[in-house]
Design a binder for this molecule. Sequence first.
Ligand SMILES: Nc1ncnc2c1ncn2[C@@H]1O[C@H](COP(=O)(O)OP(=O)(O)OP(=O)(O)O)[C@@H](O)[C@H]1O
Ligand SMILES: [Mg+2]
Length: 223
Amino acid sequence: MNALELTDVRKVYPVGDSEVVALDHASLTLGQNEILALVGPSGSGKTTLLSIAGGILSPSSGKVVVGGEDISDYSNGQLTRFRQEKVGFVFQSVNLVPFLTAAENLFVVDELGPRTGKPARATAGKLLDELGLAERTKNLPSQLSGGERQRVAIGRALMNDPDLVLFDEPTSALDTGLGAQVMELIRSEMKQRGISAIVVTHDPRITEYCDRTVQIVDGELSA
Ligand SMILES: Nc1ncnc2c1ncn2[C@@H]1O[C@H](COP(=O)(O)OP(=O)(O)OP(=O)(O)O)[C@@H](O)[C@H]1O
Ligand SMILES: [Mg+2]
């Protein structure tokens, strides 16, 4: 079973009286434990594709199957449940809650659904430990370096034990050396856990840490 199958996906955003076609005829297969790099210019549809693959947005038309589950026509409630069970997100802007510590940022995510309380705290501690942040669990985001913040965001994406993790430019705020370190960490965490991933990037050096690269231009994919 494939981790992700997009078939002829189209996404149209209404803007005033007109519309923007953000994705068109997008078909893509992601294998089990595969890490795919998605590369394309600004505005080409990368975040839109990630959002549809992760059940944040529904496609205007076409089919979206994640781990054998067809989510194409899911309601908002069904999508929320799907995200809680299957998907992790790491956003470009990291999006840590500024007034919560590193550990708290891991166990407060709403994507956790029912998995809160003590077990979540234990999982958060274990993950931060694995990510080399055992000494930083009580730090606020403002008391962490850029790379450390990104590691907290990776930990947060792993809290619900996802099958698929979607990374939107995870290294864009980091210098080259740190970006490479974070990509190495992402690769080893994904491979070790058997998770499939899509990594959106502008940076050709980042694609070396991925198994395969797909280009996107004006909402259309090409290998
Ligand atoms: N909510 C929205 N409403 C209207 N248009 C949108 C919306 N979100 C994105 N778009 C448009 O859809 C197209 C694709 O946007 P998207 O955010 O997927 O691009 P991207 O490849 O992630 O760009 P970047 O590299 O700058 O993050 C762009 O033309 C954008 O202006
Ligand atoms: Mg984007």
